[in-house]
Design a protein around this ligand. Structure first.
Ligand code: DC
Length: 458
């Protein structure tokens, strides 16, 4: 994942001009997501599609090929091979873009493209839902606003300069209409993310606005760096007293028996609900004290990972899950979950993980940290390597693959267990950060090759 800055806000707030200047200043790529919606709109207008009819719009989408190219740092939008960049800013396309952007299939169509760019590049990405939906975990979120009148005046001047004959009143009416459409649609409406910094540029000129935003970004990135430093420092201290797992306990027969019953009931339910295909079952751990490092696709992943493994597994789960319903808390604790505070670099989590391995349990870890909605594998954090290094136990890579974001009834799910990676193979003698990274890359590489090969089998 690159460093990503989300710049959201209503039409005409100056996002594109400011984002362009910021990206130049920072050496990032500027991604104007509005132009992607505009390209879809242009396609629909050219094809005289009834844009009020969601179905008709959705049916056209498979015909559309959109890509972007960067020429001298400027984004050019290619629509089915044609550079349409100069055709995207007419009032007609603007209004149509606002309408088609409310069609769920259109948003879905453009989502993976935007996330893919964010994974590959450092970006300043402008839009409406970047901080809330497209990149909810990005590094900095700015919400840019200005009064409707001021925005209309800026757009009016732009259009005049381009030879357009629209009046100020028409532009203002368009802006108000688009504001209403963009913030009242059901899906991904224009909304400030809770953790976004709001910047109102009504009173400021361009230079002042850019300066204000640069200051916010600089401060946020510095805070983030400091936090990361603290985290890695904390990972390295206080860990001396963690010993390798040399003599794990055996889980008692009675416990295994009852766990086995629950496991088989769940297995049968899942067998009915989904079309599950297993691969690499010969790699399943027959005893405890193994780390299972898995990609993270859905909240069902712990079940997918554990239901064929005889010895109970433990899981890290976000601490919010332990705060709600008491029965749920009891259930997930019974099934082996323990809380982790995200982003805190808490060494007690590492200690608890090694303790669970010592207790003879297996440990399921999601190195990506967060769920991947589009199925693409994220970068992975080094925590998995640190735990493997300290515990010195084998790591079994696991890939869980299915199409789309949400699982449906009888959907095909491929669960692939990879060859165990032994502590010797991973050369886990030292626990310094550089070694951890290479160990983590080895584990992620193994998961990635299974995720990739599963794509063609779905
Ligand atoms: O930023 P813009 O005015 O070029 O965007 C054109 C339309 O696309 C706008 O009416 C809202 C929509 N849009 C969106 O819904 N989500 C985005 N991330 C970007 C734009």
């Amino acid at each position: 994942m690159g460093v990503n800055i989300a710049l959201d806000g209503p039409s005409g707030a100056g996002k594109s001009t400011i984002a362009k200047m910021l990206s130049e200043k920072m050496g990032y790529i500027y991604v104007n997501t509005g132009e992607l919606y505009r390209a879809v709109a242009l396609y629909m207008l050219r094809g005289e599609v009834d844009i009020q009819n969601d179905e008709a719009v959705a049916q056209k989408l498979p015909e559309i090929k959109i890509s972007i190219e960067f020429v001298d740092g400027f984004q050019h939008v290619m629509l089915c091979g044609e550079d349409v960049t100069s055709l995207l800013r007419t009032p007609e396309v603007s209004m149509c873009a606002s309408t088609v952007s409310a069609v769920p299939a259109v948003r879905e169509f453009l989502l993976s493209m935007q996330r893919d760019l964010a994974k590959r590049y450092d970006t300043v990405m402008d839009g409406r839902d970047i901080g809330t939906v497209v990149l909810p975990n990005c590094d900095v979120k700015i919400f840019l606003t200005a009064s409707a009148e001021e925005r209309a005046m800026r757009r009016f001047k732009e259009l005049q300069a381009a030879g357009d004959s629209s009046t100020y009143e028409q532009v203002l009416e368009d802006i108000n209409q688009r504001d209403y459409n963009d913030s009242h649609r059901d899906i991904a409406p224009l909304k400030k993310a809770d953790d976004a910094v709001e910047v109102d540029t009504t009173q400021y000129d361009l230079q002042q606005s850019v300066q204000m935003i640069s200051d916010v970004i600089e401060k946020k990135l510095a805070e983030r760096k400091e936090q990361e430093k603290k985290t890695s420092r904390r990972e390295l201290i206080d860990l001396d007293d963690i010993k390798p797992v040399t003599n794990p306990k055996k889980i008692g027969f009675i416990k295994l028996f009852f766990y086995g019953i629950v496991r088989w009931i769940i297995f049968i339910i899942y067998k009915i609900k989904f079309d599950i295909v297993y691969e690499g079952l010969e790699n399943l751990p027959k005893t405890g004290s193994h780390i299972i490092a898995s990609n993270h696709r859905s909240y069902r992943d712990p079940v997918f990972a554990a239901m064929r493994i005889r010895v109970p597994c433990s899981f890290m789960a976000k601490e919010e899950l332990f705060k709600g319903n008491i029965f749920f808390k009891w259930l997930i604790t019974f099934l082996g979950a323990f809380p982790v505070v995200r982003g805190s670099g808490d060494t007690s989590v590492i200690k608890e993980s090694v303790k669970r391995l010592e207790m003879g349990r297996n440990l399921v870890i999601y190195p990506e940290g967060t769920r991947s909605k589009d199925g693409k594998l994220g970068r992975g954090k080094t925590g998995v390597a640190l735990i493997a290094a300290l515990a010195q136990v084998p790591v079994i890579p696991l890939a869980i693959s299915f199409k789309g974001e949400k699982l449906k009834f009888r959907q095909k799910v491929i669960i692939s267990y990879g060859k165990p990676i032994s502590p010797e193979e991973l050369r886990l003698e030292s626990a310094n950060i550089r070694d951890m990274k290479s160990v983590k890359d080895k584990i992620m590489g193994s998961i990635a090759s299974m995720v990739d090969s599963n794509v063609n089998k779905l």
